[in-house]
Design a protein around this ligand. Structure first.
Ligand code: PRP
Length: 210
């Protein structure tokens, strides 16, 4: 039987997850000395480094048993996985933002929204009963209103620096976001004991880290 695999989102969440694993008492030498390796041994686990959306894909399809990923990606992907716990780090929020001093709701023309999260944006405006034209952008979404491509963006705001430094402003905060632990549905049955033990250790570490 292969080890329990944990898919971990590369980048911002990586160091926080390392800190979590260390607090859980796991020997993280394999993560600290990773070099360009993508599958890392952490005690009896295999930690797999992947982009956020791929973390969900690997966990949904059972290639990994457990995932650590932001609520933003979970909301966007709408995957069939169990969301087990809020890790309390990687905190930010989804927000609607536009050019400073411009009334987004003025006028009757259909607004153009740029976003990396089209499903989240679609749901947000559906709830407002507002027809919008959504354009998918891959990164630095803040550029879209500045370049005249969009009237506003739906994006993540963490410190607010990107918004501020580019003369944009938050029009509305949509929902708070943080890192979550997800689990594959079949793994939860097949490896119940191991996964429950992992989750119990996560909860203990969360208390220590608070
Ligand atoms: C995210 C997000 C914003 C920025 C917000 O982008 O899309 O651009 O961070 O952070 P702040 O409020 O602390 O400034 P990220 O840096 O992940 O990269 P990307 O723009 O290439 O997607």
């Amino acid at each position: 039987m292969r080890p329990i695999r944990i898919a971990l989102t590369k980048g911002r969440l990586e160091n926080r997850a390392l800190n979590l694993f260390q607090t859980m008492g796991l020997d993280c030498t394999g993560m600290i000395k990773k070099g360009r390796k993508l599958i890392l041994p952490v005690e009896d686990y295999q930690v797999v480094l992947a982009k956020a959306a791929d973390v969900i894909t690997y966990v949904e399809h059972g290639a990994c048993d457990i995932g650590i990923v932001g609520k933003d990606t979970i909301m966007e992907c709408d995957a069939k996985v169990y969301e087990m716990t809020d890790l309390g780090f990687g905190k930010c929020c989804f927000a609607l933002a536009g050019k400073k001093g411009v009334d987004f709701y003025a006028g009757h023309s259909e607004k153009i929204i740029a976003t990396k999260y089209p499903n989240v944006a679609k749901k947000f405006f559906e709830e407002k009963d507002m027809d919008v034209n959504i354009i998918k952008i891959e990164g630095s979404v803040e550029l879209a209103p500045l370049l005249g491509l969009a009237d506003a963006i739906v994006d993540i705001v963490e410190t607010g620096n990107t918004i501020r430094e580019n003369d944009l402003e938050v029009i509305e905060e949509i929902v708070p976001i943080s890192a979550r632990v997800i689990v594959n549905i079949a793994s939860m049955k097949l490896h119940k004991e191991e996964i429950e033990a992992f989750l119990a250790d996560v909860e203990l570490a969360k208390e220590i880290m608070e």
